[in-house]
Design a protein around this ligand. Structure first.
Ligand SMILES: Nc1ncnc2c1ncn2[C@@H]1O[C@H](COP(=O)(O)OP(=O)(O)OP(=O)(O)O)[C@@H](O)[C@H]1O
Ligand SMILES: [Mg+2]
Length: 354
């Protein structure tokens, strides 16, 4: 009886979640209408889109706005977030596994991977030191202030339930961090980028969105993007004013970086670094560690890793995103579909579920 009830409540909450996300995606695409309204598609193509995805062609036109490329295999964001993601990643799992304070536990043994050192963390209301011992708030304060005396700065961020860089802050010596954060957060070492990534914008930690997924008994990596702060912010998130650009297989960047709202840049707007032919070294290492990390959490069929390369040249894991992931930025930046030749296989998962 209990398990039937549980199933029933899970079904209802998933239904409401999907409905809320559907409305949110519709709102977002209408907000960007001025970008896609002048991109015209042949009627036959719009029909085809409707037949394959059951959606209007708005998303295909929005993606095309950036590079000018059309791809019938573009996955409309609304289909990904309301239909595919809930099938491939169970919300009940990601609620626990996405916790940023678990990175060392889950992925700490991956070879050639660096994870920012924890100074202290507060997890469900209790402070812990770097070895996982519960500590008082006075001791936590002492550890942090000793660290800041020595290193001058650190990062503080919530460990669950946020995105888009919300409340990710640099801590300095006289910050009163204890008062503004609640029950789940971490204070960790501030990471610096390797030179070729730093040069693009030295104010922010610039990270790559490396998305791994499982299809036909194999791990794949979707086309990678690099995210950079747009100006003085220390965050690189697109929703926090950042910009993003495609990263090719050999580490060269695309010709143009974009903002979510349609700005296009051939040079970085803050540093003036030209993007075309600019190369980042070490992309292969980054791809390798992303797949090795995914192998540690095979319960999930798709994971978005925020990875960068630190100043010692080591791939560095900032976080893993497992629910509320996105396919738009990769498709926009690369001007091609997210799942490429695997599109049909991934769409089959949705059809099978119906
Ligand atoms: N340890 C760190 N050192 C330096 N910068 C950091 C560190 N951790 C995070 N940042 C910066 O803050 C950004 C946001 O951090 P993080 O990805 O952990 O948070 P988020 O809010 O979950 O973002 P997302 O929308 O990607 O899920 C990073 O992309 C990076 O630019
Ligand atoms: Mg992030």
């Amino acid at each position: 009886m209990k398990s039937a009830l549980k199933k029933f409540f899970n079904m209802i909450s998933l239904y409401y979640y999907k409905f809320a996300i559907y409305r949110c995606e519709m709102k977002k695409i209408y907000k960007k209408k001025n970008l896609w309204k002048n991109i015209k598609l042949d009627k036959k193509i719009s029909h085809e889109i409707k037949k394959i995805y059951g959606t209007k062609d708005y998303w295909h036109r929005y993606y095309q706005y950036f590079t000018g490329n059309f791809d019938i295999n573009y996955i409309p964001e609304i289909i990904f977030s309301t239909k595919l993601e809930p099938i491939i990643n169970k919300r009940s799992l990601t609620k626990a596994l996405e916790d940023k304070s678990l990175l060392h536990t889950l992925y700490g043994d991956v070879e050639n991977l660096y994870i920012p050192k924890t100074i202290i963390q507060k997890t469900y209301g209790i402070f812990y030191d770097v070895d996982g011992n519960p500590i008082s708030s006075e001791i936590a304060n002492k550890i942090v202030s000793n660290y800041l005396k020595k290193h001058n700065s650190a990062i503080i961020k919530p460990t669950i339930g946020t995105s888009s860089g919300q409340n990710v802050r640099i801590l300095t010596r006289n910050d009163n961090w204890n008062e503004s954060y609640k029950d789940n957060y971490i204070i960790q070492e501030l990471i610096q980028n390797q030179d070729d990534i730093k040069k693009l914008n030295p104010n922010s930690l610039n990270t790559m969105r490396v998305i791994t997924y499982v299809c036909n008994e194999k791990y794949y990596i979707a086309p990678i993007i690099l995210r950079m702060g747009g100006g003085l912010s220390h965050l690189d998130n697109a929703h926090a004013g950042g910009i993003f650009i495609s990263v090719n297989d050999d580490g060269t960047l695309g010709k143009e970086a974009y903002s979510e709202y349609g700005e296009k840049y051939k040079k970085h707007p803050y540093t003036n670094v030209k993007f075309e032919d600019y190369k980042i070294s070490g992309i292969d290492k980054v791809k390798q560690v992303a797949i090795e990390c995914h192998k540690r959490t095979p319960q999930l069929k798709m994971i978005s890793w925020d990875l960068t390369i630190n100043k010692e040249g080591m791939p560095t894991l900032i976080e893993s995103n497992q629910y509320g992931q996105a396919v738009w930025a990769s498709q926009i930046a690369h001007g091609k579909s997210f799942f490429g030749d695997n599109t049909e296989e991934m769409l089959k998962l949705i059809r099978k579920k119906k």
